[in-house]
Design a protein around this ligand. Structure first.
Ligand code: ZN
Length: 207
């Protein structure tokens, strides 16, 4: 942990780990860390890479998690294993929490544009890097997606209008735009991971 704290951003970006599922090396940030709990019996997900103990990395997708458990890669790396469903559920919960945390952080930092009209203006001004759209958004969703596509802005689908509304103290929120490029990228990674864990593509391009 102390070592990680001392690493520079560029070191973090170039650090690689091997996935215990597919056995390919990848950027550390593209992999999820799992650790064996000190009691030795259980395996827990540690997305923030803060927990002590013996750790392994796995791609946050259904295929790699299944392979890691069923082909014994996890057991070889940790001396302990877990059920596929338990791991998928835990990974999913942590990525969901990450998305929520990123949206709230973007809001606090003034990097989030909320609501259809504000987002339409921001797209026009090319000031957003990503659209985040509620799963149950209706209304101008198709129009905004077409605008975003024309402006070459990616979009992700996450959450529900009422849930997002609660986050931001409104009755409901159907669409948001992310101004900060780094936050947009992190949000894409996290929502992509959730889709991969589900084994389906939830990207808005297909909606
Ligand atoms: Zn993998």
């Amino acid at each position: 942990m102390a070592l990680d704290d001392k690493q520079t951003t560029s070191e973090r970006q170039t650090a690689t780990r091997m996935c215990v599922g597919c056995r390919q090396h990848d950027r550390r940030d593209a992999l999820a860390r799992v650790v064996r709990e000190p009691d030795g019996g259980s395996v827990v997900v540690d997305l923030r890479r803060r927990l002590p103990g013996r750790g392994a990395s796995v791609h946050p997708n259904l295929k790699c998690v299944e392979a890691a458990v069923r082909r014994g890669g996890l057991t070889r790396a940790l001396g302990a294993s877990a059920g596929v469903e338990t791991l998928i559920e835990s990974l999913r919960a942590q990525y969901e929490a990450r998305v929520a945390g990123l949206l709230l952080a973007a809001r606090r930092a003034g990097h989030l544009v909320i609501g259809t009209d504000a987002v339409a203006d921001a797209i026009g001004a090319r000031s957003v890097h990503l659209l985040a759209i509620a799963e149950d958004a209706r209304g101008r969703k198709a129009e905004l997606l077409a605008l975003a596509e024309a402006a070459n802005i990616a979009a992700v689908v996450w959450g529900e209008r009422a849930q997002l509304g609660k986050f931001f103290g409104r009755a409901e929120v159907a669409i948001m735009g992310v101004r900060d490029e780094g936050m947009a990228e992190a949000l894409r990674d996290a929502t992509d991971s959730i889709a991969s864990l589900d084994g389906m593509n939830r990207f808005a391009e297909d909606a």
